[in-house]
Design a protein around this ligand. Structure first.
Ligand code: HEM
Length: 202
């Protein structure tokens, strides 16, 4: 373990595992609800509703846990931006992913105890965890308790408007998950990042 660093504490790994499994359940049942068809059902509609609701509630609880744990442990430091050089860092990392990596160049932001994420990883995790997750959870809660929704929003039906935001955010998060898994394969070896998320050691 001499040249290895411990980056993923147990709580991160457990939260991430539950989050990923619940996410898969939500994507599959969400697609079943979105494209419901009486002639063809992958999962019966009422089962999809129940699984989607229960997974959504458990995912929301796990998300609140993530917020608290990230706030009260050093892991939250990895989600903070420096005062200067954010844009330059994003450009540098973008250049590496789109050009340098194919030339065999070293990553401009190697992983260390002080820096778990490169700038692009950091900004995408912050957007996902602190913007898109709250939007999908809040709109999901709105759809779960529709009586609390205003009858109209911007002149449209309140429930339809919230539903639209929920679905658009769901598709955006699904695309993130595919891109996220792809980028996780760009480690020292294609499987090394996945092993790190299991053992905790990078
Ligand atoms: C089957 C699905 C998934 C797989 C295989 C997967 C895989 C991984 C791996 C290997 C890492 C460690 C490498 C790194 O730090 O970039 C990681 C980190 C992370 N993933 Fe995923 N992931 C999945 C789904 C998700 C989803 C759905 C989300 C959020 C909505 C997510 C959010 C994160 C976050 C925030 C981290 C950094 C955690 C930390 O160290 O603080 N992942 N993921």
């Amino acid at each position: 373990m001499k040249d290895q660093i411990y980056l993923y504490p147990v709580w991160v790994r457990l939260w991430h595992l539950f989050n990923a499994l619940l996410f898969l359940a939500l994507i599959i049942t969400g697609l079943c609800l979105q494209y419901a068809n009486i002639n063809y059902t992958l999962i019966p509609f009422n089962y999809s509703v129940s699984i989607h609701n229960i997974s959504g509630i458990v995912l929301s609880v796990a998300f609140v846990f993530f917020l608290f744990a990230n706030h009260f442990t050093p892991n939250g430091n990895y989600y903070r931006f420096p005062k200067h050089g954010v844009f330059a860092g994003l450009i540098k990392q973008f250049r590496h992913y789109s050009y340098g990596i194919f030339k065999g160049e070293e990553c401009p932001f190697p992983v260390s105890v002080e820096r778990k994420f490169n700038p692009l990883q950091k900004i995408s995790y912050v957007i996902i965890m602190y913007i898109l997750m709250p939007i999908i959870i809040a709109t999901g809660l709105g759809l779960f308790f529709p009586d609390f929704l205003p009858p109209t929003i911007f002149g449209a039906s309140g429930i339809h408007f919230i539903d639209l935001i929920h679905i658009i955010t769901g598709f955006a998060l699904s695309i993130f998950m595919l891109v996220h898994i792809y980028f996780c394969t760009i480690g020292k070896t294609p499987l090394s990042n996945f092993k790190s998320m299991i053992t905790g050691w990078h």
